[in-house]
Design a protein around this ligand. Sequence first.
Ligand SMILES: Nc1ncnc2c1ncn2[C@@H]1O[C@H](COP(=O)(O)OP(=O)(O)OP(=O)(O)O)[C@@H](O)[C@H]1O
Ligand SMILES: [Mg+2]
Length: 478
Amino acid sequence: RLEVKEAMEGKVGISYRHSTTENMDMLYVAVPVGSAKPYKAVIRLSVPLTYIKSIQSHLLLNVLLAVALGLMISFITAYLFVRRLTKPINEMTYISTSIAQGRYDRRISMNYKDELGVLARSFNDMAEKLERTISDLSDKKNKLEAILKSMLSGVIAFDAKSKVMLANPEAYSIFGFKKDILGKHALEIFRNTKLEDVILSHKDEDKEIDIDYPEKRVIRVKTAAIKDEEGSQNLGLVMVIHDITEIKNLEDMRSEFVANVSHELKTPLTSIKGFAETLRNGAINDDSARDKFLDIINIEADRLSRLINDILLLSDIENKPKEILSEKVDVNKVIDQVKDIMSGAALLKNIKLEFHKCEPPAYVMGEHDLVKQLLINLTDNAVKYTPEAGRVDVSVIRKDDNVSIEVRDNGIGISKEHIPRLFERFYRVDKSRSRALGGTGLGLAIVKHIVVSMNGEINVESEPGKGSRFTVKVLEAK
Ligand SMILES: Nc1ncnc2c1ncn2[C@@H]1O[C@H](COP(=O)(O)OP(=O)(O)OP(=O)(O)O)[C@@H](O)[C@H]1O
Ligand SMILES: [Mg+2]
């Protein structure tokens, strides 16, 4: 046999064969017995192959099991390790998302001892600083906003490209901006070349500018360049706007008033001086001329003194504190006094002047002498601007909580276009006529001032050729 032959030659003989005696596949192994050739004997073993195969598959199973177990153990360890690593990272991700969404008080729990603990600590430090910085910033922003909001001047700040960085509500109201102007270019928001020039020049300026939109106004614009800390780079421009329309109007009114006063004073003065010189140059010897000239001088001097009295009265009412104008005035008593003063003038023109008092007596808050002046001025006008044989009615009417004092005439009347300007100082519908009647044009201005000082209202209805009605409405004093 093959394996025996090989054993006889001193090797380990191995052979697989089908055994006809056993009738199965067998493994044969033969080894020689003894230390050198020739061997006395050979030991031969035979094992069925099926047995070996069963040992083999058993072994495979064990190996597979060991591999599976090994995989499982490493998987679990890896899982635990990864979980240990990702949990804090997930927490950090979650918390940093919350912080990004504005919840600056969020912090990571600190129970990690390794590098993650260090990371968590520095993350928390960072969050802490962020919270403090953001609260400081929003604090500053709130303060700035509150200051800008409460300012009476408009403020607009532009960046270096002349785009709006900031604007307060007053600026919106002065320029009538309806939409948000943040980020808009100066050329987009203003339709005013002077204003645009001031902004685009990026220099410090102080200018008065007329604007037409949303209404005609005069504004004073001050600009200052915004520089960086070294003062070298231009970061933009801040513009402060004051609405000076009212001040301008007052200034204009004042200078107009001074011009008017000077003119009004000059006319009678020139006349007085002229006639005085004529008298001195010889007219004094002509009896009739002397009397005529002296009369004129007298009339002009009267006009001067009336004018000065009226101007003083106006400034007196303007400067009077409100509380002084608050005594209880019996309107019927005023009516009686005005009747005494005005009846003569009415009689001269054959005008039917009638007074209608109110029963029971009505009281208003004001100052007796001023209410009297008011009524004299209105009645004087009614008599003055009503032709001979006309009619003037002065009535006191109580209605609801108010007292109305009404002066009605059937005189020359006033055409519509003059009515809004009647109460201006020195305004006269017909200058020469009023002057001929001795008017200064201050009567209604004084009336208006007195009415305003009493918190009242004055109303005019008039039709040329038919007559006028002036109505003063004041709250009744109880
Ligand atoms: N009842 C009236 N009817 C018609 N015109 C009037 C009447 N009242 C006032 N006016 C017009 O209004 C103008 C202003 O009146 P106002 O009383 O202020 O001045 P004045 O009468 O001319 O002068 P004065 O200062 O002496 O009163 C008058 O010049 C006159 O043209
Ligand atoms: Mg008058």
